[in-house]
Design a protein around this ligand. Structure first.
Ligand SMILES: *Cc1c(COP(=O)(O)O)cnc(C)c1O
Length: 436
């Protein structure tokens, strides 16, 4: 079985159940696998032939340890979790978008959430306390978690969100699901919601009764599923690009907390050759600044139109530095990074639409801006399309809006009833709901 160590260096090694259910190590560090995770040479030579769930199952068995679960069971889990299309769209000559937003919440976070939802219930063994996933959300993550865990037996999800601070569509996503999803509308800010959740994890009474866990973006269980499609993409592109083009391929990941691009580093560790990996950020440019100056200077986030990437202190840097070293020179060997303003983002959305009729939503557009630097050198590029344009309609230039088709999963929500419990911003109110 795989074991995990903490980047903090002071926590004991953890098994898979501890690493996933705990999320954050007791020393405040993040978990990484202890043992070798490289795939065998047979796999590396022939993975191009595999379909997505089979690839995901084989990578899972290797990562978590072959003795954790039989491959056939991984296959079933992966077929169930990844039951939506994953198109590679050619926008222009040798310039592609990998559309990762055709899952139920219309953003790439479905990959991590749907996988975790099926993994978590298997981790408890003799623990008879009900599994309670507790999440504070400012919008996007909550929707993916709620939809990922919807209807999963023996798990309940409680989502806290700040009243009046999420969009109408996001609120619908959080509150209209029912079943095992419970939503608490907190009279406070996102930070208040997060503080309440943190308090719950430390509360002895709650922990006696419930097996509390979180599914947040630092969880090691979310990173692996975000590496599967790097493999799948490289495999599919061998059928489309000639070997010379393939050897110059650049993958661009619109980045915030750097969990998504860490999936690419994970794929590389497991043996995948990715010629060039690029992180694209908005005005929250901590990473490109670090690459350029050698100084790592996290700072408060600034608000942009690509708001899921508004992160000034990316939580996965800890893992990144641990693997790549903390010197900019060392990191530059593996990753490049660029930052773009909202004005540039709006411009490129119009420009690409006028040229190709393809609509880039703001996060993907930031990625496209970085891709253009490589396209100018004649290199093929793939930008990760992280969200469906319908999800960010209000920040897409007006001229493009009529061309945005509704996402089927989002339109299914329209007109549904919102169900939530309003609570004041105080801990005993949360405690009462959880113990009811
Ligand atoms: C979460 C998110 C990102 C950023 O991903 P990280 O793993 O935080 O780097 C980019 N785009 C969208 C739409 C997202 O929801």
């Amino acid at each position: 079985m795989q074991t995990f160590y903490s980047t903090g260096g002071k926590a004991p090694q953890a098994d898979i159940a501890t690493a996933v259910l705990q999320s954050l190590a007791p020393d405040g560090g993040l978990y990484l696998p202890e043992k070798d995770i490289r795939m065998d040479e047979d796999f590396i030579a022939s993975f191009q032939k595999l379909d997505f769930p089979t690839l995901a199952a084989k990578l899972s068995a290797r990562f978590w340890g072959e003795d954790f679960m039989p491959l056939e069971q991984w296959q079933l889990i992966c077929e169930e979790a990844f039951n939506f299309p994953l198109p590679i769209v050619k926008v222009k000559n040798k310039a592609f978008v990998l559309e990762l937003f055709h899952g139920p919440s219309a953003a790439f976070k479905d990959f991590g959430a749907r996988y975790m939802a099926r993994l978590m219930p298997l981790l408890r063994k003799d623990d008879h306390r009900p599994l309670e996933v507790l999440v504070a959300t400012s919008g996007d993550t909550g929707g993916a978690v709620a939809m990922g865990f919807l209807g999963v037996p023996q798990v309940r999800v409680t989502i806290l969100y700040p009243a009046g601070k999420v969009s109408d569509l996001q609120e619908l996503q959080l509150t209209s699901l029912g079943q095992n999803i419970r939503t608490l509308r907190v009279d406070g800010s996102f930070d208040d919601c997060q503080a309440l959740v943190k308090k719950a994890f430390l509360d002895p009474r709650l922990n006696d009764t419930l097996c509390l866990t979180s599914a947040n973006s630092i969880n090691i269980g979310r990173l692996l599923p975000q590496s599967f499609y790097y493999w799948w993409l490289m495999g599919q592109l061998t059928k489309v690009l000639n070997p010379e083009d393939l050897s110059q391929l650049t993958i661009i990941v619109p980045s915030g907390n750097f969990g998504h691009i860490f999936g690419g580093l994970l794929a590389q560790r497991m043996g995948l050759k990715i010629p060039q990996l690029v992180a694209a950020t908005n005005a929250n440019d901590t990473f490109p600044k670090f690459l350029a100056t050698g100084v790592y200077a996290p700072k408060p986030s600034v608000a942009t139109i690509s708001n899921a990437m508004d992160v000034g202190k990316p939580s996965n840097f800890e893992r990144l530095f641990h693997w790549l070293g903390a010197s900019a020179e060392g990191v530059r060997e593996t990753l490049a990074g660029f930052s773009f303003s909202d004005a540039e983002t709006l411009q490129v959305q119009e420009r690409v639409f006028n040229e190709t009729a393809y609509v880039l939503e703001p996060h993907t557009a930031v990625g496209w801006l970085a891709a253009e630097q490589f396209q100018q050198e004649g290199k093929p590029t793939v930008v990760f399309g992280t969200a469906h344009p319908a999800k960010f309609l209000d920040v897409i230039p007006q001229a493009l809006q009529p061309a945005v088709s509704m996402s089927p999963s989002l339109s299914a929500l329209i007109g549904r009833e919102k169900q939530f419990t309003s609570i004041p911003n105080n801990f005993s109110a949360l405690q009462q709901v959880l113990l009811r």
